[in-house]
Design a protein around this ligand. Sequence first.
Ligand code: DAH
Length: 371
Amino acid sequence: MSEKISSIAQTLPHLGVNDPARVGALFAEVRAAFDRDASSAGDEASWKILRDAWLGRKSGVLTLVTDNWLKPASPELKRAVGAALNELRAHVEAQIEERRKALQASTEQTAAARERLDLSLPGVERPIGSRHLVRQVQEEIERIFLSIGFSVVEGPEIETPYYNFEALNIPEYHPVRDDMDTFYLDVPPGAKPLLLRTHTSPMQIRTMEKQKPPVRIIVPGKVYRRDNPDATHSFMFHQVEGLAVDTDITFCEFKGTMEYFIREFFGPSVKTRFRPSYFPFTEPSAELDASCIFCGGRGSGCAKCKGSGWIELFGAGMVDPSVYGFVNYDAKKLSGFAFGLGPDRMAMLKYGVEDIQTFFQNDVRFLRQFP
Ligand code: DAH
């Protein structure tokens, strides 16, 4: 900076300036040098360097000009040098102060800009995930039944033995209880026993207790059994119960509804088969099979249906008249059907999932395959 104006290290006689008329040009050079310096002081650090270079007490340019030009100046030059120096000093001080203000203003501006809330910016987007495959399948089942006049109800996962068993025509010591190894809750001595429901069927009873016929409901929910986990068993799984009771429901309607549902769910080419079965709360009872969706029902060589051409789907039947006795429904006037689907199993069949455990392990690599 000031090094560039080497003239200030010398006195006026050395520079050959003896005439007051030349003083102006000399100062004009210095002022021009200052203006160049000042214009490149764009931040606080270079501003400080500028200030010290020009106003520094010991070796600032103005001090050197005072010491080397003014003080030793001959009386003829002194006035002109003094006046020019005052003018230069005023210019330098004013410019340096102005630059300081400008710099301060611009740092405040950038800080303000940095801190300003821009409400037009999009927020942080957090991926909200997607519905679990079991939930998707459950909703698909609901959609199908809602479209034919059923409604959706839900019930408690903690049940009494009465609703889970007795009112469904399963007395204590009935052997089918053995099929439903059950979690009983620890309750205080003498309190009513409670258990985690082993199926959604108790909601048949709870609904008929509360509601006069006709009834057309499905009941999605979690159920619990003391099963050892493997590829097809889990201590918690899902069911969708169904119940239709009215004055004129025949086995034909039962069959037609089940076939309609299975075709809606698996596709129009799937065939349905009813096999005789037994449930204490239905009579007659049936096990529903679908023609194998993997081999198209051909069977031979298909590992999924073990060569039979059929896949077991779920249990169902016409409501056993003795069940109506538990809910004060008139068994002579009413008839109906019931069914119990497993959405986990239906999802495994429809989407080729091999292990039920993958539904409950929450591994996103698995879940993301079903967005
Ligand atoms: N509750 C039975 C179970 O969990 C399934 C079932 C079978 C439900 C037949 C029904 C039915 O409503 O009619 O094994």
